[in-house]
Design a protein around this ligand. Structure first.
Ligand SMILES: COc1nc2nc(N)nc(N)c2nc1C
Length: 307
């Protein structure tokens, strides 16, 4: 039975990754459901074989009466803002004064909730909100209900990754319609709806909110050898995380400005809300050379779309 359970778990992790991260399922839903029920029956027969990273444990856990506090080993910083192309050229001038031969990587800035995910020996063990940057809240059980968060990653590593949890626009509209029909208060925007969903004490409610996530960074200490942010994002995807497909690298700030203009117009086509573009110096060595101000990295800036 143990071998059969192990096989089913590996199969279901793979199916989940293909469906929710790659958006490219290799089996129809009914096969996934059949195997999941087969696994759950076996785990019921052999409860001593149950593990926290089993695919059957996504919507686990009893409702909490409060959230525990979590101290972030590496503080979750905030980004400086740029509101126009002149701000972006100023940012570029400050970089040019300190480093040479640099490249930028641009990522869509998802309008959601920053969260930190901790994995030990490759297993998802804890997820927390950003909070004040130093201390957040443990929302592990709610984050487990997000299908694109792998419960087990491809390497048995102990790592911490960060990303933005969000509610797709379609889910937001459906949720507000349902709340309206029940005479409940509607959410003002998808960001509030995502925050409200992740702050539910009962994971069964969060599980119904169709939340999703894009992962955008991995802690320095385990990806140390990977020398650029863009290559770290590729590494995160190989590990099993969902990263944003619109990320691009550019040689010049003029190209970056064109990219921000392109997305100012195109963002209405996305199925999720973005409030800007995050621009980073791509080389990790140059990031370290540039360092941080009191609260933000010097090597990154958030271009905000006009409200
Ligand atoms: C390096 O620090 C950061 N990087 C980020 N990257 C993306 N894509 N989105 C963010 N919201 C973000 N926020 C911070 C503080």
């Amino acid at each position: 039975a143990a071998k059969k359970i192990e096989e089913l778990r590996d199969e279901l992790h793979q199916y989940n990754y293909e469906y929710h991260v790659l958006d490219d399922p290799s089996v129809p839903d009914h096969i996934y459901d059949k195997k999941l029920h087969e696994l759950m029956d076996l785990e019921e027969q052999f409860p001593e074989l149950l593990t926290s990273d089993s695919p059957s444990q996504r919507v686990g856990g009893q409702p909490l009466d409060k959230f525990e506090k979590v101290d972030h080993e590496v503080p979750m910083l905030s980004l400086g803002n740029a509101f126009g192309e002149d701000d972006l050229r100023d940012f570029d001038r400050r970089i040019r004064e300190r480093v040479s031969h640099y490249r930028y990587v641009c990522e869509l800035k998802i309008d959601g909730l920053a969260v930190s995910l901790r994995y030990e020996d490759g297993k998802f063990i804890r997820g927390a909100t950003r909070g004040d940057g130093k201390t957040g809240e443990d929302i592990t059980n709610n984050l487990k209900t997000i299908n694109s968060i792998p419960l087990k990653i491809q390497e048995e590593e102990t790592i911490e990754v960060r990303g933005e949890a969000y509610m797709p626009k379609r889910s937001f509209l459906a949720l507000n319609e349902a709340r309206e029909a029940e005479g409940q208060e509607v959410f003002a925007n998808p960001r509030n709806a995502a925050a409200g969903s992740l702050r539910q004490l009962d994971p069964k409610i969060a599980a119904k909110r169709n939340l999703d996530i894009f992962i955008y960074s991995v802690g320095q200490w385990e990806a140390g050898s990977i020398e650029s942010h863009s290559k770290r994002l590729e590494y995160l995807k190989k590990l099993g995380f969902k990263t944003n497909p619109e990320t691009r690298t550019f040689e010049s700030i003029e190209d970056v400005i064109r990219y921000t203009e392109e997305w100012t117009l195109k963002r209405s086509e996305l199925d999720y809300e973005i409030d800007g573009i995050v621009i980073k110096v791509d080389s990790i060595d140059q990031q370290e050379e540039l360092g941080f101000t009191a609260k933000s990295p010097r090597w990154a800036i958030a271009y905000k779309f006009p409200a």
